[in-house]
Design a protein around this ligand. Structure first.
Ligand code: HEM
Length: 452
């Protein structure tokens, strides 16, 4: 039995086949809207816009693409192209040996021990967010608040501070980037050749320059005042060396990697938190249950890393929020060699979309997928899930390197906020829009009642 009746906002679903031009226009507005209704009911849907494409939302197929036959499915050229101006061929965009050594270089920063050491910075951020929200006059837009909170923490992890960052300027540049280069280009869908410049890329120039110059200034300052200790991500990257070639990260690689970590490391977590607060505000029973759990564990003090294990319901709320609103709602891969997925032939150069959004709302995989029910994630209840039917962080060797970090940060912030405020919905309501990430538009507006 599902423990809820609240149906949260979703994206419109088209029931007929879209033409190539319609797909192009709609994808620019909201990628979620190009997911056809079949994708929520069938393991795989295929079509032919200019190249053959497939949209697969099937756990066994996901495992094959992300683990068993990973090498056959590199990141798609369309996505890489959208990201390249900002992050070049850094970790997220790289493939093969080039990816492997960069991944090995940053992995130590995200070991459990190192992430736990960052928890005090996360708790302090949560306290600052609470102080700001107390000044908000009883109503606030939570996405902006959560972005400010998570930005603080990632600056600590990446650069041990933010003297070189004006967070507002950086945040504006990120939004501008997502709205320009971050939107799928009409020209991609119309099959214009690779070398033909896309308008989004040209418009993105100034936002990329702003972001890169801030990151470059921070790197330069570190080079001048290096302590020799490997304290943060930048230190690890400066010291990193490819074991086979002896190669080190070039100044450009460093900027691109730092740029990716700063953007990906805070935007996605802030969105997960904003959606979780929207869901709790609309589901008072779940909100009270979360608050009761937090009260027992924290008794009025700020959440710390060690508290999280004793607050499983907070974790369940976050997991269910990322099921309904996976911050990364769709991944794309290219096909290198012939292969079979869900009984369908994949041919070289086909594009394979992995709609995490549809996987998480799939009728064959979830009971009443449209409902908000954190008890789906209660390990002691319900049917056992296939690991590959819930993939907010991806899976396999390319799984999100920051997943532990994100969950710890989100858990600490959510528990702290729920303890201090009662949230109620306010107008306008958000609706999910994906360009690069699944954002609530125009924001998550909530009423807040401060609690003692
Ligand atoms: C709720 C928060 C987050 C979500 C939902 C998320 C989601 C994802 C997903 C789905 C991927 C896999 C992409 C693919 O297979 O194409 C990924 C990769 C990645 N994420 Fe995250 N992420 C989050 C937070 C973070 C944080 C906090 C960091 C770093 C501080 C981070 C850094 C990365 C990196 C570097 C990769 C690329 C890994 C590789 O290719 O080896 N992410 N993330």
């Amino acid at each position: 039995m599902l423990n809820t009746s609240f149906i949260p906002v979703s994206a419109p679903v088209h029931r007929r086949r879209l033409t190539r031009l319609e797909t192009a226009f709609i994808a620019r507005r909201n990628v979620l809207e190009i997911i056809p209704s079949f994708a929520y009911r069938q393991p795989i849907v295929s079509g032919d816009i200019l190249v053959r494409w497939h949209m697969m939302a099937d756990p066994a197929g996901m495992k094959r693409v992300m683990l068993d036959n990973l090498g056959n499915y590199p990141k798609s050229e369309i996505m890489r192209r959208m990201l390249r101006p900002a992050i070049g061929e850094s970790l997220f965009n790289a493939d093969g040996a080039d990816w492997k050594w960069q991944r090995q270089a940053v992995a130590p920063v995200f070991t459990h021990r190192n992430v736990v050491a960052l928890a005090p910075a996360m708790s302090a951020t949560a306290e600052r967010a609470i102080a700001r929200l107390r000044q908000s006059g009883g109503r606030a837009e939570l996405v902006k608040e959560m972005l400010t909170a998570t930005f603080d923490v990632i600056c600590d992890v990446a650069l041990s501070g933010r003297e070189h960052f004006d967070s507002e300027t950086f945040a504006k540049a990120i939004t501008q980037y997502f709205q320009t280069a971050g939107r799928a280009s009409l020209l991609d869908f119309l099959g214009f050749p690779e070398w033909f410049p896309r308008p989004g890329e040209l418009l993105a120039g100034s936002s990329v320059r702003t972001m890169h110059s801030m990151v470059a200034a921070a790197i330069e300052a570190r080079r001048r005042h290096a302590t020799g200790r490997a304290d943060d991500l930048l230190d690890y990257m400066l010291a990193a060396q490819d074991p086979e070639t002896g190669q080190r990260m070039s100044p450009k690689d460093l900027i691109h990697n730092m740029q990716f970590f700063i953007v990906a490391g805070h935007e996605t977590t802030a969105l997960a938190l904003s959606w979780a607060l929207y869901l709790l505000a609309n589901s008072p029973d779940h909100q009270e249950r979360a608050r009761a759990e937090v009260a027992v564990q924290l008794g009025g003090r700020t959440a710390e890393a060690a508290d999280l294990a004793a607050m499983p319901f907070i974790q369940q709320v976050l997991e269910e929020a990322m099921r309904l609103y996976p911050p990364v709602g769709l991944l794309a891969r290219n096909v290198l060699k012939e292969d079979q997925l869900c009984g369908r032939l994949m041919k070289p150069n086909d594009i394979l979309f992995l709609p995490i959004w549809a996987l998480h709302r799939h009728e064959l995989l979830w009971d009443r997928p449209e409902l908000f029910d954190p008890d789906r994630f209660d390990p002691n209840k319900g049917p056992k899930r296939d690991k590959y039917q819930y993939l907010p962080f991806g899976a396999g060797p390319r799984v999100c390197v920051g997943a532990n970090f994100a969950m710890m940060q989100a858990g600490i912030i959510l528990a702290s906020l729920v303890q201090r405020f009662r949230f109620r919905p306010s107008q306008p309501l958000p609706h999910p829009v994906m360009t690069m990430t699944v954002r609530p538009e125009p924001g998550v507006f909530l009423e807040l009642q401060a609690l003692e």
